[in-house]
Design a protein around this ligand. Sequence first.
Ligand SMILES: O=C(O)CCC(=O)C(=O)O
Length: 263
Amino acid sequence: MPDLSSEQLDHYAATFERDGMVILKHHFPRQKLDTWREAFEPLLRERVASGATAVRGNNRHYITLPFNGVFADESIFCDAAILGIVERVAGDDPVMCQLASDTPLQGSTYQDIHRDTPPLFDALPEMPTFQLAVNFPLCDVSLENGPFETTLGTHRMRPEEAMKAWSENRASLHTIPMELGDVMIRDVRALHRGTPNTTDEPRPMVVIGYSRSWYFRPEVHIDVPVDVEARLSARAKRLLRYMPRVAALEDPDGPETYQKFAY
Ligand SMILES: O=C(O)CCC(=O)C(=O)O
């Protein structure tokens, strides 16, 4: 994956501060993501069939990815450029807390516009970034198969202020088509929504969650099998330091626990 200079990373971080998101074009190798999609397809089929997903709207599914095989790939989750931006906006020594996917299928509809987390403190101005989503699709995302839509700059507004700005057309939605290989890094507080997938192919979007070093999200976690951990670098182990270690991954015995996603 392309290394970026310190100046380039500073530039992305400044854009992120202003907009609440940045896109790294053509960042991950498409061939690698093809292997993710091949591994994801049976998982999607099985989880949808068994009703084990978190439903995020009509025909729209959130599924945690198992931390093994192709998905336990530190060339993705320890990517130097992505972590360079994450550290610039959310501080040193971040935590990785989530590895999952959002997939609208044919028949999905517009989500209500939302942010993914409440403010840290009631009745105070919004704080600097504390929770980031790194998103990358496992296919090209066109206007037809459910592109992500987001406002810019609302990550630094209180929820009611952001909704007011949106309803008064001071914050408009931007549609984000993406190519396989593109990566979006976003502050989860920006107002956004999923849109309909009108094609007969799923549109999987991976989400990796990174938090400030001290922030804990009880609604998500990554089970790290001990044999997978043994192969990880010190950097990867450090990112995953608060995640549970397990002897082996088990199939989920119920639906996803991360249900409340919109604020
Ligand atoms: O997958 C998408 O395009 C957006 C999904 C989303 O925003 C959510 O479920 O919170």
